[in-house]
Write a new protein. Structure first.
Length: 205
């Protein structure tokens, strides 16, 4: 478990997960099970180079029926218990205020390599990571961020983002995915990130 840097220092981790809700905790738990270091922070106030993206203002279209809400709350309760018992590094009061690409991620370097890194700026310091997981952003904002970074986005937004080490969990184009779909996405992303960290394990599977 990492400790918060003192006096605005820099902290190194494999993955920074932005969002402490169902999606963030789900992928955090998946990475913990796979032995991948991760830090979960509360949210993102700014996304991209100078482009504001206050995620608190984005509308979430959660399922309105009581059964789905009950299922979501039950899964969230289990994930919070798992996070506490397995000492996951969850920082509920820390927000990301800027996301900056560092190194050679734009020149084709593979995510997970020392040259393909991200800086997540927080009020407490900088988190340096190979991978970023976003859990609450509009597709239009993500496309704008890639455009600001000089990356041409084709029809497949998810594939374009994975090339630079950004993964999406629980991010739908129009509505928030169901709890089961969020868990499926978390497992898929956990496998993908783990494969960049432990390629020998991925090859064995």
């Amino acid at each position: 478990m990492s400790s918060m840097p003192v006096n605005g220092g820099t902290e190194r981790t494999t993955t920074v997960i932005i969002g402490t809700g169902l999606s963030g905790l789900a992928v955090g738990a998946e990475l913990r099970r796979r032995g991948v270091d991760a830090i979960v922070v509360d949210g993102l106030d700014i996304l991209g180079a100078g482009q504001p993206a206050n995620t608190a203002s984005l509308q979430r279209c959660d399922a309105a029926d009581s059964d789905s809400l009950r299922e979501r709350n039950e899964i969230l309760r289990h994930l919070r218990n798992y996070a506490a018992s397995h000492h996951m590094d969850v920082r509920n009061t820390t927000r990301a205020v800027q996301l900056t690409m560092v190194g050679g991620a734009l020149d084709g370097s593979a995510p997970g390599s020392p040259s393909g890194q991200w800086e997540v700026h927080t009020p407490n310091g900088i988190l340096l990571a190979d991978n970023i997981v976003l859990t609450r952003c509009a597709h239009s904002q993500l496309r704008r961020m890639l455009s600001d970074l000089g990356i041409t986005v084709g029809r497949n937004l998810v594939a374009a983002m994975r090339k630079i080490g950004i993964y999406l969990v629980g991010v739908g184009e129009l509505i928030t995915p169901s709890p089961k779909e969020v868990l499926r996405q978390a497992k898929t992303v956990g496998q993908a990130i783990s494969a960049t960290v432990h390629p020998e394990s991925a090859a064995a599977v």
